[in-house]
Design a protein around this ligand. Structure first.
Ligand SMILES: Nc1ncnc2c1ncn2[C@@H]1O[C@H](COP(=O)(O)OP(=O)(O)OP(=O)(O)O)[C@@H](O)[C@H]1O
Ligand SMILES: [Mg+2]
Length: 260
C-alpha cells in the first residue's frame, strides 16, 4: 500500500475535494483505496455520506494502543473505496495524544495503517489546514505528499514553513517519504493574475504539470455528496483530476490499471 497525504496549512484550497476525487478515480483505475479523514471537520466523511459519532473513526487510531481497524473501516457507496471517518472527537483525542508522555505520538497512524497494508493499493489522507499532531501523523505515514495550492494574494503564505516541517519529518521520522509536490487548484484560465501566479508557483516549488481548473459543478457535487469525477465527468475539474491521477501514477511508476 502506498500512502498519499493531501496537505496545506491554508484552508479552503481543495484538500478535501482533491482527496475524495483522487481516491475515487484511483478506484476507477482498478485500485483498492482506503480514504482517511484526518480532519475533525469531517468533510471527507460527510462528502461520502459516512458521518459517524465520536469513537468510531480516526480518533481511536490516535488514542488506542491497538486500534481495531476492522471495526473502524467502513465501506462507501463506491466499489473498492473504504473510509476511516473523522468528527470533533478528534479534537479531544489529539489533546490526549499530546499529553501522553509514554507512547510515541507521531507514528500512530502509520502503525495502524500497517495492519491493513495488504488490503489496499493506496491510502489517501485528507488533512486539516494546520500542522497539528494529526498532520504530523499523516506526514509520518506518507510515501507521497500532494499540496493543493490556490492562486490568490497570499497563496504562498505558510508554504515555506510547511515544506520545512515536511523535510523535518522526512529526516527524523519517515525515510519512506518520496515525493512532495504542489498542484494548482481552482485555476481560472482566463484570469491573467492566475496565470502569472501559477508561473510563480512553478518556478519556486516542485509542481505537478496538471492544473485543476475551477468549475462551478464542484460545489454542486459536494452538495450532492458525490465525487465530481462521477457527478460531472465532463466538467473541467473532473477531467483535470483524471489527468492529475494519471500524472501521479506516472510519477510513482505505476501502471494505469490494476496492480502497482
Ligand atoms: N476545482 C474547483 N472549482 C471550484 N470550486 C472548487 C474547486 N475545488 C474546490 N472548490 C470549492 O472550494 C471550497 C473549498 O474546498 P475544500 O473543502 O475541498 O477545501 P479544503 O482545503 O479541504 O478546506 P479546509 O481547509 O476547510 O479543509 C469548496 O466550496 C469547494 O466546493
Ligand atoms: Mg477539507
Amino acid at each position: 500500500m502506498r500512502t498519499i497525504a493531501i496537505i496545506n496549512l491554508k484552508g479552503g484550497v481543495a484538500k478535501t475535494t482533491s482527496s475524495i476525487n483522487i481516491a475515487y478515480i484511483l478506484t476507477t483505475r482498478g485500485y483498492k483505496v482506503l480514504l482517511v479523514d484526518n480532519d475533525k471537520q469531517g468533510d471527507c466523511s460527510r462528502g461520502l455520506n459516512r458521518r459517524t459519532s465520536d469513537g468510531d473513526g480516526i480518533d481511536r487510531i490516535m488514542t488506542d494502543r491497538h486500534p481495531d481497524m476492522q471495526s473502524l473501516i467502513r465501506n462507501t457507496d463506491y466499489v473498492g473505496l473504504d473510509i476511516i471517518t473523522a468528527n470533533l472527537g478528534l479534537l479531544t483525542a489529539n489533546m490526549e495524544v499530546t499529553m501522553d508522555r509514554v507512547r510515541p505520538q507521531q507514528n500512530r497512524l502509520k502503525k495502524a495503517l500497517q495492519q491493513v497494508a495488504d488490503r489496499y493499493d493506496f491510502c489517501v489522507v485528507d488533512n486539516a489546514p494546520d500542522i497539528n499532531i494529526s498532520v504530523i501523523n499523516a506526514l509520518t505515514a506518507a510515501n507521497d505528499v500532494l499540496i493543493p495550492v490556490e492562486v490568490d494574494d497570499n497563496t504562498l503564505e505558510g508554504m515555506n514553513e510547511l515544506l520545512e516541517q515536511i523535510q523535518e519529518v522526512k529526516e527524523e521520522l519517515n525515510p519512506d517519504l518520496q515525493n512532495v509536490k504542489c498542484f494548482i487548484s481552482k485555476f481560472q484560465k482566463f484570469n491573467e493574475a492566475h496565470k502569472q501566479g501559477a508561473e510563480i508557483i512553478r518556478e519556486q516549488y516542485p509542481t505537478m504539470q496538471t492544473l485543476i481548473r475551477a468549475s462551478a459543478v464542484v460545489a454542486r457535487s459536494t452538495f450532492a455528496r458525490t465525487p465530481v469525477a462521477l457527478h460531472s465527468p465532463r466538467s473541467a475539474a473532473a477531467e483535470d483530476y483524471e489527468k492529475l491521477v494519471t500524472e501521479y501514477l506516472d510519477m510513482i511508476g505505476g501502471v494505469q490499471d490494476g496492480e502497482i
